[in-house]
Design a protein around this ligand. Structure first.
Ligand code: GLA
Length: 673
């Protein structure tokens, strides 16, 4: 490892609320740069990400650098009051790297090479790529370390967005080294991987392969370790750059932009190296609940940064180019969704990209400056938002406090979704959303927590399908409930250890005491098949996907299955454990069933919504000392009246409201009472 370790410094916050986007001046003649900075001033832009895909322009031939143009860009931006998030430019190697080092190209599981002509065509384990990237980063840091425009380093770009794993021979060797470090001996590896099964026992490290295309199911622990390794291999690339930047510019914060709940990279691990956690988010305007998924990601990203301010690094001003049908953001949506990110902790609003490209595969992706220039709706909305952001600096010292948390673990995600399970339809993000979406509707703010987290600061902890669990995590969940917490856990939790080997002695081994039950067998449902949950209080809900056949060991039954051979067996249980309560859900209820359960759990845990507002209105509370700001966002198509508990001032309009504030469709208010 090349790193000087995760960040331990005080949390970093930009000097002002950020507004801007990816700026690619290398795609334009120099005259355009002057128009760019004039327009940036007009729009209130104060931060741009420069040079993300400029490697070929910065190093046109191996070892031959041209920084003169970038010097002029940075000087010009600085002269116009625009701060720079300077990219290390390593996301898209120039074509010469592949020509000189064809072995640096990534290879798929079935042995196909991914060639240049697009982007991200590098193998994460390639020494040639790593050396060339490190050389460039060192040159960049040496050259710009004292440049007054530089406020943030933007390492690479969306690691793994296209290539998250490489199966070439170099990667195979790297995988073996990683395994040697993890296991120390082949005996330990054979035991962890359970290689007695199907005659897979290894007698020599060199016999071990990445999970390349194979006749049928691959060893699941090998697949799981491959996922861990692939995330780590890219993290090593990031750490390599991070270490150089920290050596040469110790005072400049470093980030790399994350993507939503993105499966290939264990962001809990990655986030430890981020001075500022940043996110790219592209909610799909065709989806009626796109804003709910966005909110979930904003809460996840805030949690990755342990509650510190984060930054929305990219979003589209209008349409994207990469979906089959690229719908525009209708008037007001870009503003509404930008405020949503601010409400949930972003310290600014950034776009991809500043000026829409005239060539290349993203030329139909919207930009803050559209092809049509400034006489456009997009530009008018961009300028209006920029002006509005200057009025809400007061937001920046405030933070979000959640009383409920969802346990989210990348390793569990990988393990849960490997092949050969009782049902192939069990997907973690869908399950997380079955909780998150209902809490969103209730305006209950949630954090996400990793398995290692101490849970004592929460009242309610939700555990969707924690299939793979380490003993320490199970003990922490017990401690949480014992001390008075409320827990809700879904089926197929506590099934395997970190090697994907069954916790023997009856499912769910590590949670039997806590839940007061034993699962005798899993009875998944076929696609389209449903059952019912009959609640003791008379409610009845449809359920699907899964049923656990439960034997009680102290838990009480709150609901039972209504149909089939296991009718009458428990579908929902509750167990008093110490001073707290542990709910267990043996199936997937329809949304109304989840809403019923979570309403009850919130009530018992004493978890309150941020505000009582009409359906379709999102409410988030932000606090600093005794000051509270209430962010209200109307995602509905009708005006919404929100009753206020006390008179309040809207930071956006400067208006005082008493009694009721009316939000227009797509309307936003930030109320200080
Ligand atoms: C990603 C990338 C950008 C750009 C946008 C387009 O987020 O980081 O370079 O390709 O997608 O939406």
């Amino acid at each position: 490892m090349t790193s000087n370790g995760p960040n331990r410094k005080a949390p970093f916050q930009l000097a002002a609320m950020a507004y801007g986007g990816d700026y690619n001046p290398e795609q334009w003649p120099e005259e355009t740069w002057h128009e760019d900075v004039r327009l940036m001033r007009e729009a209130g832009v104060n931060l741009v990400s420069v040079g993300i895909f400029a490697w070929a322009k910065l190093e046109p031939r191996p070892g031959v650098y041209d920084f003169a143009w970038l010097d002029r860009v940075l000087d010009l931006l600085h002269a116009n009051g625009v701060m720079v998030d300077l990219a290390t430019a390593t996301a898209s190697p120039p074509p010469w790297l592949a020509k000189l080092h064809p072995e640096s190209l990534p290879v798929t599981a079935d042995g196909r090479t991914l060639w240049p002509g697009s982007r991200q065509q590098y193998c994460p384990s390639s020494p040639a790529y790593r050396e060339a990237a490190a050389r460039l980063v060192r040159m960049m840091a040496e050259r710009y370390k004292h440049h007054p425009a530089l406020v943030l380093w933007h390492v690479n770009n969306e690691y793994a967005c296209h290539v998250s794993e490489c199966f070439c021979d170099e990667s195979a060797r790297h995988f073996r080294r990683w395994l040697q470090q993890r296991y120390g001996s082949l005996d330990a590896l054979n035991a962890a991987w359970g290689t007695a099964f199907w005659s897979q026992q290894y007698a020599d490290w060199d016999e071990i392969q990445p999970p390349r295309a194979a006749p049928t199911f691959q060893n699941p622990t090998q697949q799981l370790d491959w996922r861990r390794f692939s995330s780590d291999a890219l993290l090593e690339c990031y750490e390599l750059e991070h270490a150089i930047l920290k050596e040469l510019t110790p005072d400049v914060p470093v980030t790399t932009n994350f993507m939503h709940a993105f499966k290939p990279l264990d962001y809990w691990k990655w986030a430890q190296y981020e001075d500022l956690v940043t996110l790219d988010m592209y909610p799909d305007p065709t989806e009626p609940d796109a804003h709910v998924y966005a909110a979930m990601n904003y809460d996840l990203i805030r949690s990755l940064g342990t509650g510190r301010p984060w930054l929305l690094m990219e979003q589209a001003p209008g349409q994207v180019n990469w979906r089959p049908h690229n719908l525009v953001k209708e008037p007001g949506i870009m503003r509404l969704w930008s405020h949503q990110a601010l409400a949930r902790g972003s310290d600014g609003v950034m776009f991809f990209q500043w000026r829409a490209s005239k060539a290349g595969s993203e030329k139909f992706h919207s930009g803050m400056v559209p092809h049509g220039g400034t006489e456009t709706r997009t530009w008018r909305e961009v300028v209006a938002l920029g002006q509005e952001l200057r009025r809400i600096e007061e937001l920046r010292p405030t933070r979000i406090h959640a009383e409920a948390a969802i346990l989210f673990d990348w390793e569990n995600w990988w393990a849960l979704e490997l092949d050969s399970k009782p049902s192939a339809d069990l997907r973690l993000v869908g399950q997380v959303r079955s909780y998150y979406d209902r809490l969103f509707e209730r305006n209950v703010t949630v954090d996400f927590v990793s398995p290692g987290t101490t849970l004592s600061r929460y009242r309610l902890v939700l555990v969707p399908n924690l299939y793979m669990v380490r003993d320490e995590t199970a003990r922490e969940l017990e401690r949480f409930v014992e001390a008075g917490g409320t827990l809700v856990m879904s089926f197929f939790s506590g099934i395997v250890n970190e090697h994907d080997q069954i916790w023997l002695g009856g499912y769910p081994g590590p949670f039997r005491r806590l839940l007061g039950l034993r699962v005798e067998e899993f009875a998944p449902l076929a696609p389209g098949q449903t059952n019912t949950m009959r609640m003791a209080d008379g409610h009845q809900f449809a359920c699907n996907l899964w049923s656990d056949i439960i034997a009680l060991e102290g838990a009480e039954v709150l609901g039972e299955f209504g149909e089939g051979w296991y009718a009458g067996r428990p579908a929902l249980t509750r167990h008093t454990f110490g001073r707290g309560l542990a709910y267990y859900l043996a199936t997937r209820p329809e949304p109304a069933g989840m809403a019923w359960l979570l309403a009850r759990a919130c009530h018992e845990a004493g978890v309150e919504p941020a505000a009582h507002v009409p359906a379709g209105v999102e409410a988030v509370r932000r606090q600093s000392g005794t000051a509270t700001l209430l962010y209200l966002l109307n995602h509905g198509h009708e005006p919404a009246d929100v009753a206020l508990e006390s008179p309040a001032l809207d930071l956006l309009t400067g208006q005082r409201h008493c009694g009721i504030v009316t939000l227009e469709p797509r309307g936003v208010a930030i109320l200080r009472s």
